[in-house]
Design a protein around this ligand. Structure first.
Ligand SMILES: *[C@@H]1O[C@H](CO)[C@@H](O)[C@H](O)[C@H]1NC(C)=O
Ligand SMILES: *[C@@H]1O[C@H](CO)[C@@H](O)[C@H](O)[C@H]1NC(C)=O
Ligand SMILES: *[C@@H]1O[C@H](CO)[C@@H](O)[C@H](O)[C@H]1NC(C)=O
Length: 187
């Protein structure tokens, strides 16, 4: 190889590298519509706890205004949908479950800040598991403002081995809690 070819080779190599890097993209898993590519849906457990009515509710099931004093604005949620549950001790354990294939995961909630005493719980509380191992947790106490905040990143992990994984978002324990799931992104 003549020396004058070397810069061209470097240029081609760096161009290839750029293409490889930019080929990782983010895909969405919507609370209702599921995975934007595979169509796989999110699983909410348990659907109906032993002693209660339906546990999980959404912008459609709450349209009649029977679920809570204040509801998130669906127009500000991804795909105009959200899925929520009020956790009480007698439920004992509830979870949001889905699969993704990739190297990174980002989970987004809608965060409530109910006015004091307007609802049984204003606290958001959950633990994140990847492939059955606990990898993180999230808690938020209401600031009492009555406002919801949207697109709140509650868990991210960009150091996952490439491949098929399961994510579980679980709430357990004796204290009440509120969870409003909007969507996740995976890379
Ligand atoms: C995916 O989304 C996250 C969160 O918004 C962002 O930090 C990351 O850079 C995105 N990754 C790609 C490959 O676009
Ligand atoms: C909303 O919840 C109802 C049950 O309460 C369910 O039948 C429906 O599929 C849900 N809608 C969406 C868009 O997830
Ligand atoms: C990311 O997930 C891996 C398991 O895939 C885990 O070992 C690691 O602790 C997690 N990192 C964070 C920041 O959650």
């Amino acid at each position: 190889m003549r020396l004058s070819h070397v810069p061209w080779l470097l240029l081609i190599l760096s161009a290839t590298r750029g293409t490889l890097l930019s080929s990782s993209t983010n895909r969405t898993i919507d609370d209702s519509l599921g995975d934007s590519v595979t169509g796989a849906k999110v699983q909410y457990l348990p659907a109906v706890p032993p002693s209660d009515g339906r546990l999980w509710f959404n912008q459609t099931s709450c349209a009649a205004g029977s679920c809570a004093d204040a509801l998130p604005n669906a127009a500000l949620a991804l795909d105009n949908t959200w899925t929520a549950a009020m956790y009480l001790a007698d439920v004992s354990s509830m979870s949001i479950n889905f699969q993704f294939s990739g190297t990174a995961i980002y989970v987004f909630f809608i965060i409530p800040n109910f006015a004091p005493a307007s609802d049984p719980s204003s606290t958001v509380r959950c633990v994140f598991f990847i492939d059955g191992s606990q990898v993180g947790s999230f808690t938020h106490d209401s600031d009492g403002s009555g406002q919801f905040t949207y697109d709140e990143l509650v868990y991210s992990n960009s150091s996952i081995t490439n491949g098929e994984h399961t994510l579980m978002i679980q709430t357990t324990g004796s204290e009440p809690a509120m969870i409003i799931f909007d969507y996740a992104l995976y890379t």
